[in-house]
Design a protein around this ligand. Structure first.
Ligand SMILES: [Fe+2]
Ligand SMILES: [Fe+2]
Length: 488
């Protein structure tokens, strides 16, 4: 059996037959969950999924939602019309779409826990001594002395260039995902310039003053308001915005923010239920159809895949393998669609695991392993925020369970594991075995199937393994056909 990050040892298990009347079968075939999709609103879906972005940035759940709410109030105070305020809210809600793309590099360069580093860095000001102190404290915090000295030396020599690269990667990637999610260029540009500062000291382009897109200026201010409000309350948020006015922030926007605070109930609203911060306008542009929901799942699968170089395209391939199993089992198209979405999102909780663990070349110690084992729980928590993702939440939460009850996080087994979950589990293990990992090289398909075969009935469902094998055979025959045509 492979590393226990992929699957574990097993013993006799309760067999599941595809035709057996397990409780979830009715959902599998009826499509009742997917029928809820047309009633969904974009703001609800993206607000729910933004919790995954919060985790990646080491922020408390709801950070992006609260920042978008603050931005909306500032937008109203400066007289932005309705459609522009809608765009502004999305630019801020999705400001961290690219956050996973620099996590591995940050971890590698600073020898630090990316989640803690990102969380704490948001509270560091722009003054050189402050930044330097933070970098020296954080760099190589978990490494040995020699590693720390090397890392600190490297950062001191190339610090400016490194932070510019990290920010550019994040912003460019975030803007590109926003475009794929059908948002306007104004939204994409707002995300791309999030880290530019009013005085020109920001990154990646060193824009200053009015050359910085308005949405970016409001996004940066709103982000800091939420970070300091959560950390130190209203006074801390107000002091920090005043302190950075004219350096990080557009002074006129800071004044508008102070007006919002004076006139309203901002702090009470921010401390209240999150659902009250999400606008529910009856706007046709807010309605999400099935194709749009597919695109959203695809985009967030990409965000998860970008977190680690070792899991690049993992979610995309798991979705492909799961769909091949679905095809072999002749599942209805609609069930296959839900299966693909769930497979794309199954590891969304990994965004809350540090790259110092995900990319570790050796075995995980007990503490690291216990953090790793939390990722299905985090997938479940995020996805259970919306009824349309209820099934994906169940699959995400249980994709490391085993039929014999020796999996994680809950140790459930047998008929407690749903058919769609069993499909994703087999697809997940097969991909993990056939891809390079930090702790071993990729296995051949034959080796991977030998491992899956040995774990049939104890860890994984034999019917799903057979269905995957049939799918892989079909794919290989199709590829052979293409080769023959190409050679002709
Ligand atoms: Fe996983
Ligand atoms: Fe996975």
């Amino acid at each position: 059996m492979g590393d226990r990050r992929e699957c574990g040892a097993g013993r006799a298990a309760v067999r599941f037959r595809w035709k057996a009347p397990v409780p979830r079968m009715s959902l599998l075939l009826s499509g009742s969950l997917a029928n809820a999709a047309p009633a969904l609103r974009l703001s609800q879906i993206l607000s729910t999924l933004s919790h995954a972005l919060d985790m990646t940035e080491g922020q408390p759940a709801g950070h992006c939602v609260r920042a978008a709410f603050v931005a909306d109030r500032i937008g109203a105070a400066v007289g932005l019309p309705g459609p522009e305020r809608r765009d502004l809210r999305y630019a801020v809600l999705l400001k961290d779409l690219g956050c996973s793309s620099n996590a591995a590099r940050l971890c590698q360069l600073y020898l630090a826990d990316d989640l803690g580093f990102k969380r704490d860095f948001k509270r560091v000001g722009s003054g050189l001594p402050e930044v330097l102190r933070f970098v020296l404290e954080q760099t190589g915090a978990g490494a040995d002395l020699a590693g720390r000295v090397r890392a600190v030396g490297h950062i001191l020599r190339h610090g400016g260039e490194i932070s510019r690269e990290l920010i550019e990667t994040r912003c460019t990637r975030g803007a590109s995902i926003a475009r794929r999610l059908r948002f306007s260029e104004t939204v994409a540009e707002g995300i791309a310039s999030l880290d530019e500062h009013w005085d020109g000291g920001g990154k990646p382009s060193g824009l200053s003053g009015g050359a910085i897109p308005l949405f970016s200026r409001i996004a940066l201010l709103s982000q800091i308001v939420d970070v300091f409000h959560r950390f130190g309350g209203p006074r801390a948020a107000l002091e920090e915005t005043r302190r950075r006015a004219g350096r990080w922030f557009d002074p006129s926007l800071v004044a508008a923010f102070q007006d919002v605070v004076r006139d309203g109930t901002l702090w009470d609203e921010l401390a209240g239920p999150e659902e009250l911060l999400i606008p529910l306008e009856d706007d046709p542009a807010e309605r999400v159809d099935e194709t749009y929901l597919d695109d959203i799942a695809q985009a967030f699968g990409d965000i998860v895949d970008a977190k680690s170089p070792y899991t690049g395209n993992h979610c995309q391939r798991v979705a492909l393998y799961a769909d091949m199993i679905g095809e072999s089992l002749a599942l209805p198209d609609e069930a296959r669609r839900r299966l693909r979405r769930a497979a794309l999102l199954h590891d969304i909780g990994k965004l809350g695991v540090s790259n110092s663990i995900l990319d570790k070349p050796g075995r995980l110690d007990e503490r690291e392993w216990s953090l790793m084992r939390r990722h299905p729980v985090q997938s479940r928590v995020i996805l259970s925020g919306l009824p349309v993702f209820a099934e994906a939440a169940e699959i995400g939460g249980a994709h490391h369970e085993r039929l014999d009850g020796r999996g994680y996080p809950d140790g459930v087994g047998g008929s407690e594991i749903t058919p769609l979950t069993r499909i994703v589990t087999v697809a997940d293990i097969f991909d993990a075995l056939t891809a390079d990992r930090p702790y071993r090289k990729a296995m051949s398909r034959a080796e991977a199937f030998a491992i899956l075969d040995a774990d049939r009935d104890t860890g994984v469902d034999r019917e799903m393994v057979a269905a995957l094998r049939a799918g892989v055979d079909r794919l290989e025959r199709a590829n052979a056909g293409v080769d023959v045509l190409a050679a002709a």
